[in-house]
Design a protein around this ligand. Structure first.
Ligand SMILES: Nc1ncnc2c1ncn2[C@@H]1O[C@H](COP(=O)(O)OP(=O)(O)OP(=O)(O)O)[C@@H](O)[C@H]1O
Ligand SMILES: CC(C)(CO)[C@@H](O)C(=O)[O-]
Ligand code: BAL
Length: 281
């Protein structure tokens, strides 16, 4: 597996592959890899000839400096996992390589109203930072396909809006959420959970599953209220939002008959903020 640290090295690696007509997939990550990430690599292998995984903890998408500072960076472990999975190359630039102008770079694009809902409301400017770095990664790799996890449901919508904005010819593939055996969605931040947090964190997947399992049994507002009541009285768990939303606009669902519905949640479990979602239909 090639380890590439600069855009120039990446271009040189890709040039003969592209000339030979190979289909290139990009799997963008922030590292601290787990089996959720590996599932993206595996799906990429089914959809392309050459798999590039990027590892870059992008400062512009963090709104909480402490979250950025403590983001896990186990690079040797990550490289071993990618090598084992058969990834062809890892692009792991430093901050200067991706942001040569330092903090002076301007980036603002219209991502539509959904930018400001849910994660966008709790992490102001987050999706400007995400789309800024993903555009830079797309420019550096010029992939045919790019893989993203459904775990970051809103992120996928924002990236599709960014593609539309720049009219980029990249096929976005959304990969299902990989969970631990007990239902917890895999996430790099799970490493920060204490033993008690880890048990409490199950409330996210349980409350979502309740909505999926009982969708036909209650009116929308009662479903949501009952799901929220799962969080009552759990010490150390603070619910940011739980919503049943339109799967395209992320506006709170007005009716059960809407074409696409998704339940989304974010909660602080101890000092760690987690997100999860389940598609209802
Ligand atoms: N459990 C999972 N199943 C499928 N895809 C996932 C899962 N967790 C993360 N991904 C996807 O992997 C890609 C890289 O995500 P990232 O590196 O931020 O990992 P993460 O586990 O989501 O970390 P965190 O949520 O703590 O930032 C994203 O497209 C994300 O949606
Ligand atoms: C897409 C991404 C790699 C951009 O930094 C990040 O938001 C992530 O890991 O989901
Ligand atoms: N997987 C989403 C990246 C973030 O939380 O910033």
């Amino acid at each position: 597996m090639e380890v590439l640290k600069t855009k120039a090295a990446l271009k040189a690696y890709l040039k003969p592959l592209k000339a030979a007509g190979k289909k290139i997939a990009l799997v963008p990550t922030m590292g601290a890899l787990h089996n959720g990430h590996i599932s993206l690599i595996k799906l990429a292998q089914e959809n392309a000839d050459v798999i590039i995984c990027s590892i870059f903890v992008n400062p512009t998408q963090f709104t909480d400096p402490k979250d950025l500072e403590k983001y896990p960076r186990p690079i040797e472990h990550d490289l071993a996992m990618l090598d084992e999975a058969g990834c062809n190359a890892v692009f792991m630039p430093n901050v200067e390589e991706m942001y040569p102008a330092g903090g002076d770079e301007n980036w603002h694009i219209d991502l539509g109203n959904a930018e400001f809902l849910l994660e966008g409301a709790f992490r102001k400017g987050h999706y400007q930072g995400v789309t800024q770095i993903v555009k830079k990664l797309f420019d550096a790799v010029e992939p045919d396909v790019a893989m993203f996890g459904q775990k970051d449901y809103q992120q996928v919508l924002m990236i599709k809006n960014m593609l539309e904005h720049f009219k980029l010819p990249i096929n976005i593939i959304t990969c299902p959420i990989i969970r631990e055996d007990d239902g917890l969605a895999m996430s790099s931040r799970n490493i920060h959970l204490s033993e008690t947090d880890r048990k409490n964190a199950l409330v996210l997947s349980k409350s979502l599953q309740f909505v999926v399992d009982n969708f036909n049994s209650f009116p929308l507002s009662e479903l949501e209220q009952q799901a929220k009541s799962f969080y009552d009285g759990i010490e150390g768990v603070e619910l940011d939002y739980f919503t049943i939303a339109n799967g395209d606009t992320l506006q709170a669902a007005a009716s059960k008959t809407e074409h696409k519905l998704v339940a989304l949640v974010a909660a602080k479990v101890g000092a760690t903020r987690l997100i999860d979602n389940m598609i209802i239909k």
